[in-house]
Write a protein that binds this ligand. Structure first.
Ligand SMILES: Nc1ncnc2[nH]cnc12
Ligand SMILES: [Zn+2]
Length: 349
């Protein structure tokens, strides 16, 4: 429970989460539990994997994005069966629901699992079963977004894109969009140019991690390639002209404040340019990214923003409504969620 006066209001505010990696919901406890159940040997040459406590302690000291990604990709090796993927997603949705999330758009990273011999179909069947359970048992709406990984050769992404197209998962509504993530600075900014050009022709929704560690040119490149949303995007403030264009074109940023601190992109949540975005009319949502690694789920992120930036009830209303408006859901669902926000806000004016 946070100390700020609006805690109750913020906890009950209907939320949409647009930036959470399902594999980023693997807690140290679950990593050890699944490793034992599935006979997976955790790295023996890294003392961080000596115990649950040692691993949790290592998570307190990420030096940067790539340092985190090393543990993130090692940890997900414990996921083997369809039910492992389903249970992981279900765990996240239950926590999100208790944090006031009504709609969640969640990322997953097939390439790393496929590299360990797990078939695409197992991964998608598991995660989508978790989504369906959240819809039927919790009343959440959900969207699954497949991410291509920037640290792997582009040929691996091309193969996955072909598998995704052949699966018909977009047409079936099992997967609702594509994104990219992983290491930002280093690989070519436009490495998924061909995939995004092809996906655009097919009207597939696109997002992209950009402007997290990388400068604002990573954002402009992602937009040039067809991204309709930007994941993180905090370095947009480096380019006022681009910021104007992002505001005018209703490009939403899916900001992850605690993640930015934990990965040393900023010194504190106060440095995340929340007020600058509000003043410039840049739409953003507030998200958890990899909650099990950063020790902060969505409500923790909302609270951290409140403690650092002291938004008013009406400013929170704007944040919550923008998150609904820019969700990849039908208008009827948007109307439903907007009504819930109005009803909630009314109690605090
Ligand atoms: N914060 C992040 N940035 C890039 N790729 C990621 N994959 C999981 N979390 C990520
Ligand atoms: Zn992310």
């Amino acid at each position: 429970m946070c100390q700020h006066p609006l805690h109750e209001f913020i906890a009950g505010l209907p939320k949409c989460e647009h930036h959470v990696h399902l594999e980023g919901c693997l807690t140290p406890e679950l990593i050890f539990q699944l490793a034992a159940r599935n006979g997976v040997t955790l790295p023996t040459d890294d003392p961080a994997f000596a115990s649950i406590e040692a691993l949790a302690d290592r998570y307190e000291r990420f030096a940067n994005l790539d340092d985190f990604l090393h543990y993130y990709f090692e940890g997900m090796a414990v996921l083997q069966s369809e039910s492992d993927f389903a249970d992981l997603a279900w765990n996240y949705f239950q926590k999100a629901h208790s944090d006031g999330v009504h709609h969640a758009e969640v990322f997953f990273d097939p390439q790393v699992h496929q590299g360990r011999g797990i078939p695409y179909e197992t991964i998608v069947a598991g995660f989508s079963a978790g989504c369906k359970r959240a819809e039927s048992e919790l009343g959440l709406s959900t969207r699954l977004i497949l991410c291509f990984l920037r640290h792997l050769p582009v040929e691996s992404a091309n193969e996955l894109y072909e598998t995704f197209l052949a699966s018909g998962d977009y047409e079936k509504g099992t997967i609702h969009g594509l994104g990219w993530s992983s290491s930002e600075v280093g690989p070519p900014k436009d490495m998924f140019r061909e995939i995004y050009a092809s996906a655009r022709e097919k009207d597939i929704r696109l997002t992209a991690h950009a402007g997290e560690e990388g400068d604002s040119t990573y954002i402009s490149t992602a937009l040039e390639l067809g991204a309709q949303r930007i994941d993180h995007g905090i370095n947009l403030i480096q380019d006022p002209e681009l910021m104007k264009r992002v505001a005018e074109q209703n490009i939403m940023l899916t900001v992850c404040p605690v993640s930015n601190v934990k990965l040393q992109c900023v010194k504190s949540v106060a440095e995340v340019p929340i007020r600058k975005f509000l003043e410039a009319g840049v739409k953003f949502s507030i998200n958890s990214d990899d909650p099990a690694y950063f020790g902060a789920y969505i409500l923790d992120n909302y609270c951290a923003v409140q403690e650092a930036h002291k938004l008013s009830v009406l400013e929170w209303r704007i944040v919550a409504e923008n998150a609904v408006q820019e969700s990849w859901i039908p208008n009827e669902r948007k109307a439903e969620l907007l009504e819930r926000i109005t009803a909630h806000v009314k109690n605090y004016l």
